[in-house]
Write a protein that binds this ligand. Structure first.
Ligand code: TYM
Length: 334
């Protein structure tokens, strides 16, 4: 009987090593990557070039990069299944990024919510860093180099994947079929984890307050943050994002980390107050973090990181090189 060859669909995603990784990054992104690693051909990278969009000390960037790859491995991304690499090790990202940026226009880049949010916090318009305006071109390159079918991201990055689609379609129609047009994949729940101190806002790396849980922070601090999380009126533990954003956020966190459906948690906490519920959420988060931090320590001591990144860069470069050379031919650079 002839053997059937099944080709897996391809996925790509990355996280930028600015600041410390948060529980939001884990739930919205890393957790998704892990759940897809068997079913898809996955490429997961450290978006270190993206980390340069805002000023960052070299020492801090190096440490964040090491922590991020350790977290990928500690969370369960398997380098035998997933191509794990550092963006700056594959120079084709920067080169295609240049070309994609030149195929974008001011209007579409100005409409990016991330750009609008970040730039609105800077009072002097003249000093808005150019990087936060043009980085979606680089992000498009990250995806298009690999002919990815899907891009798993949190809600805040979906718009950039949609722009990537537009840029791919534009390039294909201008220069003939070159890129696969990718689709964003956003988790049904947990694609936007909210700040513990203001559950109407996203939990974010750049927000260094008690609203954000950092994966590698002291677990006692994390426990305190959960215990003082802003909750809502009433006393029922119910998933109702509109009327109970604080409790719904905590339910999402607990449900993901304990792999328990939200409905089951609602039942479990029927009749108990917010205090008991928060304590249970804190226990789950602290358990998760304690385990993760122990694995990160082990990985950093084992010396495997360099080897994983080296092998990943080789595999990624092989694919990226072919695509970039095709693009160079199409646009007339070869
Ligand atoms: P970044 O580094 O800001 O975030 C990495 C991933 O984490 C998700 N995320 C969240 N999900 C749920 N709740 C939150 N509070 C939360 N905060 C962050 C983000 O949606 C993202 O999926 N430009 C990208 C990195 C990037 C990339 C790419 C991603 C560069 N090139 C190509 C995919 C494909 C970024 O800044 O994500």
């Amino acid at each position: 009987m002839a053997e059937e060859i099944i080709t897996k669909k391809r996925m790509i995603s990355g996280i930028k090593p600015t600041g410390k990784l948060t529980l939001g990054n884990y739930i919205g992104a890393v957790n998704q990557f892990i759940s897809y690693q068997d079913e898809y051909e996955m490429y997961v990278f450290i978006a270190d070039l993206h980390a340069l969009t805002l000023p960052i000390e070299a020492k801090e960037l190096r440490q964040n990069t090491k922590d991020l790859i350790s977290i990928y491995l500690a969370c369960g991304l398997d380098p035998n299944k997933v191509v794990l690499f550092k963006q700056s090790d594959v120079h084709e990202h920067a080169e295609l990024g240049y070309i994609m940026t030149f195929n974008s226009n001011m209007g579409e880049l100005s409409r990016m919510t991330q750009y609008k949010d970040k730039s609105s916090k800077i009072s002097d318009r003249q000093s808005i860093p150019t990087g936060i305006f043009i980085y979606p071109g680089l992000m498009a390159a990250d995806i298009l180099l690999y002919d990815a079918d899907y891009v798993p991201v949190g809600v805040d990055q979906k718009q950039h994947v949609e722009l990537t689609r537009d840029l791919a379609i534009r390039f294909n129609s201008r220069y003939s079929e070159t890129f696969k047009v990718p689709e964003p994949v956003v988790a049904k729940r947990g694609s936007k984890v909210y700040s513990l101190s203001d559950p109407t806002k996203k939990m974010s790396k750049s927000e260094s307050d008690k609203g954000t849980i950092y994966l590698l922070e002291d677990v006692n601090i994390a426990r305190k943050k959960i215990m003082s999380a802003v909750t809502d009126l009433g006393h029922e533990v119910k998933f109702d994002p509109e009327n109970k954003p604080g409790i719904s956020n905590l339910l999402t966190i607990m449900s993901t980390l304990s792999s328990t459906p939200i409905e089951e948690l609602e039942k479990r906490f029927e009749g108990s107050g917010y205090g008991d519920f928060k304590k249970a959420v804190a226990d789950v988060v602290v358990d998760f973090m304690t385990n993760l931090q122990a694995k990160v320590k082990e990985i950093q001591a084992s010396g495997v990181i360099d080897k994983v990144l080296e092998e990943g860069a080789l595999k990624a470069s092989y694919v990226a090189r072919k695509k970039l050379s095709k693009v160079y031919r199409k646009v007339g650079l070869r």
